[in-house]
Design a protein around this ligand. Structure first.
Ligand code: SF4
Ligand code: SF4
Length: 724
């Protein structure tokens, strides 16, 4: 059931109840004027709703209709329960709390039954992360305007809630602190009102048609709660004829200027406020507001350890990726419920920005819808063999457009990971259906047959180092006196691609200059398995990884330095799951240390102005941002300039996630978008720290029709040149 359908359902249900209530009201209650008014408003609401749906009017029309419908519904409920005309400033308990609390409990229990399936026992949560994310809104405030509005709304709910709980437990607050508390509550209410209005305006202005409709009901309920609360307080102050400004309740004082001094009005507002609060709480599990529970829970259970590590499915037990939502883990389901559809993932997604059909937000929302369909049909996901296929919700073009850049994960304010779902869907397509995109098949075949992405074979893997005095481990292992400090992991690009081979040789020059005893695996090195893994071929990845691990263990390798962030990430974050834990660093980390320790000297300038392109697998995946910058600052006569999108907001080159081997048939080429952006930064040189980025950006820059374009070079090449 889509959100729109759900909201329509709510509105029509409300309308039906109101018509029934109105009819009863006209016949039985002492105030037929209210009943008649309600009926008119109800019919008006239904009529406008029809018109709005037909003409697809602005959501603003719906706001008015929903608000009117909800207010009228509550007025009828109040009338049905009767109104006490004596002045009573307390809220009488009304026998509706328990049913509504039960509704909320049942709703939350249903969601929990979805989430908890497959949840590992004894899973640790992240209290510190929850505190900073929830109380200080650290991640949400990365966008200050919306974050500020949400922060105001959050504390506007929490502070009054604390006071209510204290009062419910009989906590008596002395007079002076009570006034202060009243002031704080009032200010919290103002903050909540402003925050809700700002969020509402933003949602109404959203280009996404589903954005507004999904959030309208809870926001309108919140406005009803606030306005009725302020009106009740205003009426109370009017009745008491309080002189002058009431400092403990500034907003109440303001509303007293417009509220009638009527006990009936005050009581109606109190009850309306009370019902709206209860209704809001009961509606949490069934509306957008379920994020109030799911999002903090998702942050609490955010991935621990290496954030870049992919899950290791048990292929032996038939885990070959995600065919339906049944195949998703409990955390992936919680992810889907925690999504607030804010769209920050889309705003940073290179595929979406360059015009591909991929939208990480849409993927998460579609998964949630499928979860709801399945759970509504079958109660428990594990009993649904005929659940709809995920590929019905996520097209092949979307699935294969992802560069695995992790920008969506980085920028999600509630720790959702669209990427792991995409990888799981790819896994099923490749291992379950043998549906790998045709362009990637030759590379995968080469990997399988020859162990490298170029199909050159191990016999040629060390050709780049010929006559350079580079030792291979099988040679050094038989010479105990030549203890090797570290292994230089070259990778397929560094071994075979002519441009990247230069960088490998530059690295050898640096290591020799620093007097580091190193060796390579040479003919015994295979591809680390990254391209196979990101394209979903987990079986091939494991085959390659196990062969490499066997060799690394045979030579008792402890420390590895590599030029390729993809190899770095795989060796450092993926191999440990296969039992191989190593100290792996990137070449820029090592070289930055060598410069700082004066083990190598940079003497010659290489460019006037240089900009760094942050590689996704180095930056977002492994948090290495500073070493490339430190190196460039150490090059004599060279000024470092930052591009608009840098560090954790860096823009992908388009080559990750196996996309290096896929065609870009839709939208702009990602490498051209990035190259254009960097070319307009007014620099002579673009420094990269990844063989994929180097090739992609070099191609991108060359395709630009500009008078003056910057050169592209790996930072290791720049260092070797600056050494002279
Ligand atoms: S996945 Fe995260 S960033 Fe994307 S829309 Fe949902 S909450 Fe926002
Ligand atoms: S990993 Fe990158 S390309 Fe893939 S969905 Fe996320 S932001 Fe888009």
């Amino acid at each position: 059931m889509s959100d729109t359908t759900f909201l329509e359902y709510v509105v029509f249900f409300s309308a039906a109840v109101m018509i029934l209530g109105g009819a009863i009201g006209v016949i039985t209650l002492k105030n037929p004027v209210h009943a008649a008014l309600g009926l008119v408003l109800t019919l008006f609401g239904v009529a406008v709703q029809f018109v709005a749906m037909e003409a697809q009017f602005l959501a603003a029309v719906q706001v008015i209709v929903y608000a009117g419908a909800i207010v009228v519904l509550f007025l009828f409920v109040i009338m049905l329960l009767g109104v006490d005309e004596s002045i009573d400033l307390s809220i009488e308990p009304i026998p509706i709390q328990r049913p509504l609390a039960a509704v909320m409990a049942v709703g939350l229990a249903r969601r929990w039954s979805l989430w908890r399936q497959k949840k590992p026992a004894g899973l640790e949560g992240d209290w510190q992360g929850l505190k900073t994310s929830l109380l200080a809104h650290r991640d949400i405030l990365r966008r200050p305007s919306v974050g500020g509005a949400h922060l105001a709304a959050f504390w506007g709910v929490v502070i009054p809630l604390i006071v209510i709980i204290l009062v419910q437990f009989g906590f008596i607050i002395p007079h002076a602190p009570a006034n202060l508390l009243s002031l704080i509550q009032d200010l919290a209410g103002i903050a909540l009102l402003i925050g809700t209005l700002l969020l509402l305006v933003r949602r109404l202005g959203s280009a996404d048609a589903q954005g507004p409709s999904r959030t309208l009901l809870p926001m309108i309920l919140m406005l009803v709660i606030l306005v009725s609360g302020f009106l009740a307080e205003g009426a109370r102050l009017s009745i008491l004829r309080a002189d002058g400004f009431a400092w403990p309740s500034p907003m109440g004082w303001f509303f007293s200027l417009i509220s009638p001094a009527s006990p009936i009005f005050m009581q109606m507002m109190i009850r309306l406020h009370f019902f709206a609060v209860l209704f809001f709480i009961a509606a949490i599990p069934f509306t957008f507001m379920r994020h109030a529970v799911a999002s903090p829970l998702n942050v609490f259970y955010r991935k621990q350890g290496a954030r870049a590590a992919l899950t290791h499915p048990s292929i032996e037990s038939g885990e070959i990726g995600a065919r339906t939502v049944n195949d998703l883990s409990w955390k992936q389901m919680l992810d889907a419920d925690a999504c607030v559809a804010c769209g920050r993932c889309d705003e940073h997604c290179p595929a979406a920005i360059s015009g591909k059909p991929l939208s990480p937000r849409k993927i998460i929302q579609n998964i949630r819808r499928q979860m709801e369909t399945v759970s509504a049909d079958q109660k428990h996901l594990r009993n649904t063999p005929d659940a709809p296929l995920l590929e019905n919700a996520v097209s092949a073009d979307e699935m294969w457009a992802c560069t695995s850049c992790m920008a969506c994960v980085e920028h999600c304010p509630v720790a959702i990971e669209p990427l792991d779902k995409i990888i799981d869907m790819r896994r099923y397509q490749v291992m379950g259906e043998a549906r790998l995109p045709a362009e990637a098949r030759p590379m995968i075949r080469d990997l399988d047959l020859y162990g490298d992405v170029q199909g050159k074979g191990v016999a040629h893997r060390a050709d780049w180092a010929m006559n350079r005095g580079v030792s291979e481990l099988f040679q050094t292992s038989s010479q105990p006196e030549s203890e090797v400090e570290m292994l230089l992991w070259v990778g397929c690009s560094g071994a075979f691609h002519p441009r990247n081979q230069e960088t490998s040789r530059a690295m050898v020059k640096i290591l020799n200059a620093a007097g580091i005893r190193f060796a390579i695996l040479g003919k015994e090195e295979l591809c680390c398995g990254d391209p196979a893994r990101r394209l979903g071929d987990e079986i091939l990845f494991r085959k390659l990884a196990r062969a490499n691990i066997e060799r690394l263990e045979r030579y008792q390798v402890k420390k590895i330095v590599t030029l390729c962030p993809h190899c770095l990430n795989t060796l450092k974050n993926d191999y440990p799951e296969l039992g191989c834990k190593l100290d792996v660093i990137h070449a820029t980390e090592l070289v930055a240390d060598l410069i700082r320790d004066q083990r190598i000297a940079l003497k010659y300038p290489v460019a006037d102005k240089i900009a760094i392109h942050d590689a996704c697998y180095l930056g977002r995946y492994n948090q290495v941002y500073q070493p490339p910058r430190d190196i460039c600052r150490a090059v004599p006569g060279t000024r470092l300039k930052e591009t608009a999108r840098n560090r954790d907001s860096g823009f992908c080159c388009g080559g990750g996630g196996g996309r290096m081997w896929l065609h870009e048939n839709i939208g702009q080429n990602i490498n051209v978008v990035r190259a254009e952006e960097m070319a307009h930064t007014d620099v002579d040189l673009i420094g990269t720290a990844c063989p994929y980025c180097l090739v992609m950006l070099d191609d991108g820059v060359k395709s630009l029709e500009l008078e003056k374009t910057p050169k592209v070079a790996d930072i290791i090449d720049i260092v070797a040149d600056a050494m002279g």
